[in-house]
Design a protein. Sequence first.
Length: 540
Amino acid sequence: MSDIYDTIIIGSGISGLFTLKHLLEENVKNVIVLDKNPEPFGVWNINNHPSVYEKTHTVSSKLYMTITDFPFPDGTPEFPHHSIILKYYQDYAKRFNLYPYIKQNINITSVVKKNNLWIVNSEGGTYYSKNIVCATGTVNDCPNIPTEKYYNNFTGQKKHNDNYEKIQNVKNKNILIVGGSDTSSDLAMELKNNNNVTISIKNGMWFQNRNFGAYEAADMYYNRIADFFIKNIFSKKYVDNNTNPSNINNIQFWWGERGSGIDIWQSKCDYLNSYYVKSREIIDQISKGVILPENGIRDIQQQNITFETGNTRKYDIILFCTGYKPLSCINFLDKNIMNSEKYKHIFYPTDKSIMFVGYIRPYLTSIPMISEIQSRWIAKVISDKCLLPSVEEMKKEIAKDDLNQSKEFPCSYDRLKTIIDPYSYYNTIAKKIDAIPNYINLFFTNIFLFYKIMVGSWNQHVYRLNDESKTKQDIAIENINKIYNSKISKKAEYTVIAWFYYYLFYFVAFIIILFLLYHAYRDKKQILKYIKKKLSIYKK
């Protein structure tokens, strides 16, 4: 038998490399990363397939793409080009000496467990391990193609964005893009230059601008004070009620109803209960008539497509931007494991030796940010520094989480079972590894840092303040200070202060009114008493 590894990580994208790095830090050295691609870093490496496109920039700000103990170099753009992200990940792998543990061009055919040992079969050999971590990503070899029968009637070309390179240079074509996503928006912006482009979004979608200003990322306009009050005092519904398009100074007032102002794209779900499209540039193109919006498809006859609006047009190409099937594509695993619900979207409850990292979809922030905290937990479980609950407890919590997700994200849950609120989820995982700082202690020992954490933009660096490494604590504090001093963070701070004075005014006014009413009531009683006294004297 070949060497037995402590852990085999399948996938050399950033989620797999996060896991490798944290395992090494927990002194788990007998690790190997296996990947079918020719080069590491998954979709961010354009030499792999699938990968990002030539013109791809991040849709999440650099804050939420930042690794907590390895910040971006100064001067990095707010929304970096994919080449900057790749260089960043390459530098990360060099800094923590990850390359020696990575093995590329390994096409895995099966992963089975026998006698408490995982057997990983590949076209080039067999590997053995005590633990398996699946990190093959949400973008993979299994495109999600719509199954409606009317697509069979279409006689033009049908492509998924997975094969976009085959049509990216076409000219003078009528192209229908199906799906509401950042990908569909980005590809529409490319194809519109030489073609007539329509986008069909069946169930509506929220659109949010990436920026308030050139250096003010919109996804940073949120802080811990807002998060606490929205989730504990008010509600997400309260926020949605206060984004009424008829009210001044709110998202819908400035960006259009439901973020677009397009009637047929109105989402049925509230602002904080939906997945957003951050590539809002298409709204400008729609206003100019360059791109056409449509809702769902009613019928297809040859190349003629009729929409729910009643409009019929002829198209040469249908481009499906409908995502991928992440877990369904893990064909080397037993289907019972693959299709099962995971504890916190990570652990297979009936066998804790197989784990999954990166299979989540935060409605804001980024997958890499969430993958980092997931991988920290995985490393501590494998190194026996963290214990998982019993199988029964995990199953109960899975059912509870599943119900909460279906209620919180009713428009996305059926399609994205792993959609999460990143702020609540991050806190949940951080508690498991004791990564949440003692805020009360921080208030009394460093009130200025406490204040910056509370009112500055929500950030993941806070969860390094408990780290055993003083260097990592110092990096976290430096990043927290930088974030607090950013323009968008200041806007979040000023908003909190404005809220405070707004509600303080009404609270004080309420107290004054109560005070006046009390005195008016007391004076009324005294007046009535005086009148009764005078009347009694008169009667005598």
